[in-house]
Design a protein around this ligand. Sequence first.
Ligand code: ATP
Ligand code: MG
Ligand code: MG
Length: 258
Amino acid sequence: LSRYRTDFHEIEQIGIGNFSNVFKVLKRIDGCLYAVKHSTRQLSQETERRKALMEVQALAALGSYENIVGYYSSWFENEWLYIQMELCDRSLSINKANTMFTEGQVLEVLHQVAKALLFIHERGIAHLDVKPDNIYVKNGVYKLGDFGCATLIDKSLPIEEGDARYMPQEILNENYDHLDKVDIFSLGASIFELIRGSPLPESGCKSFNLKEGRLPLLPGHSLQFQNLLKVMMDPDPVKRPSARELVENPIFDWALRK
Ligand code: ATP
Ligand code: MG
Ligand code: MG
């Protein structure tokens, strides 16, 4: 007997990831819509299972927060892992949303995702796969999702490395001393991609040689904003702002006053 089939009515497939399919479903007992993600491979090996379980264990340990995709429950059916989550409208994947963001709009994304990072970093967890595809929108609220690469900051070891295009150089050098700052770099790279309106090159943002301050100019954007992106993507993780410093940056004082 399948708990999935018993409890949910499948409406449509809404996503295909590397390791999972995501469906829009109706929960029969409460009449509400959810997203259910299930693995595309049977998790027969202990190491595979442990990796997959990190995602639900991180979500469950974190608890609910407005800027994080909500988590409801998870279960195994045979060797397939199911995760019931809050249904969002869409993700910010640059390939799907062919909209160019204005500075005011990206500042809103930046602020809300920075708040999500502050929340998880304070609880000792790093996301390690921050990218537009993993930032969701629901009713105008931005939410960080896909905790498939999440790990404990002080373990100084990623479970699995996220999308290389958004990773800083130190990860490729296998320096895992500041995993929280990896998220800050990836968020900077994501915001940069959103204002560019076109996908990052395969080599990602680390190819922009930020050490010499050569962030390709973003015409029409304030210097304050450009400098913030630059310092978020500083090659030295220690120089990058913490999530708290980011959330409290004065750039948000005027940008978010409506
Ligand atoms: P990858 O690691 O390749 O990014 P994944 O296997 O970890 O993928 P997710 O990124 O979690 O899977 O989900 C795959 C896709 O499903 C997303 O890109 C998104 O389009 C959709 N999706 C996932 N979760 C939700 C949700 N809660 N609400 C709406 N759509 C979702
Ligand atoms: Mg994803
Ligand atoms: Mg993932």
